[in-house]
Design a protein around this ligand. Structure first.
Ligand code: DGL
Length: 277
């Protein structure tokens, strides 16, 4: 069992320039990075997007697990991060346990914010918008049993919203029909008119919160996990020094460096450089 002193010395051994690696299939993880910036503005960050694998939500569990484990293995060797944040509900609900077993670096995942939603709802009916892969995970069943057993949780997989969020961050217009369809899908389920709280269970979806709020109409609150994740990262890095040696950057998988397509959005999140992974 590590003593208090050994915990302190571990914290002191961390290279102040060691980054926090924030990982998603695309730009959704920026919604987590935004909260991390508020909590730890001095922390060096590498943002990694598996754009060659996007979208994860329409892939099988085996495909997502293999990509996530392979990429995180490669990236932890290359960048020696002090901590990895899997800023993706799909990757986390499928592969978090597995990657924690194989990688020797603290890993913080992103899972649907069912617990806070259950505490917020007044009608007892919660909507959950995620990817198709996320909404079928046993991980989500367990969260529902543990925190919302006495509530009605209505789940909808909305891959079109992932595309819409990506487009929005490239500066393209959001198709209102896509947003409307997602809201109507939940509203038209038995009990759906009672929804007063919606869990944004995909890190891309908070990028569309304004549009979704319009589509759902007044009286619906949205909840996601980004603030909680930032708090958890702050706790796990407590006592560590931070010193940015190089500008924070965004890295993409595949053969196309997408930095210029997302340049304005990336700069908004403090990511100055970019490149291919
Ligand atoms: N941002 C990811 C999530 O939180 C999923 C997007 C995708 O389908 O790749 O689930």
């Amino acid at each position: 069992m590590p003593s208090e002193n050994s915990a302190v010395s571990t914290a002191l051994q961390v290279d102040p320039a060691a980054p926090i690696l924030v990982f998603d299939s695309g730009v959704g993880g920026l919604t987590v990075l935004a909260e991390l910036r508020k909590a730890l503005p001095q922390a060096p960050v590498i943002y990694a997007a598996d754009t060659a694998g996007l979208p994860y939500g329409t892939k099988t569990e085996a495909q997502v697990a293999a990509r996530v484990a392979g990429l995180l293995g490669r990236m932890t060797e290359r960048f020696s991060p002090r901590l990895v944040c899997i800023a993706c509900n799909t990757a986390s609900t499928i592969a978090l346990g597995m990657v924690r077993e194989v990688l020797e670096v603290p890993i913080v995942g992103t899972v649907p914010a069912i617990k806070p939603a259950a505490a917020m709802t007044r009608t007892g009916t919660i909507g959950l918008l995620g990817t198709q892969a996320t909404i079928r995970q046993a991980y989500v069943d367990r969260l529902e049993q543990e925190f919302a057993a006495d509530k009605r949780l209505l789940r909808h997989g909305a891959p079109e919203l992932v595309e819409a969020a990506e487009a929005k961050l490239r500066g393209e217009p959001v198709n209102p029909a896509v947003i409307r369809r997602a809201a109507e899908a939940l509203r038209s389920m038995p009990g759906g008119t009672e929804i007063d709280t919606v869990v944004l269970a995909c890190t891309h979806f908070p990028l569309l919160e304004e549009e979704l709020a319009d589509a759902f109409g007044p009286g619906v609150a949205f909840v996601h996990g980004a603030q909680g994740i930032a708090r958890q990262i702050t706790r796990l890095t407590d006592g560590q020094d931070f010193a940015r040696a190089v500008p924070d950057r965004a890295l993409f998988t595949g053969t196309r460096d997408l930095t210029s397509s997302y340049a304005i959005a990336l700069a908004r999140y403090g990511l100055e450089g970019g490149g291919l992974l």
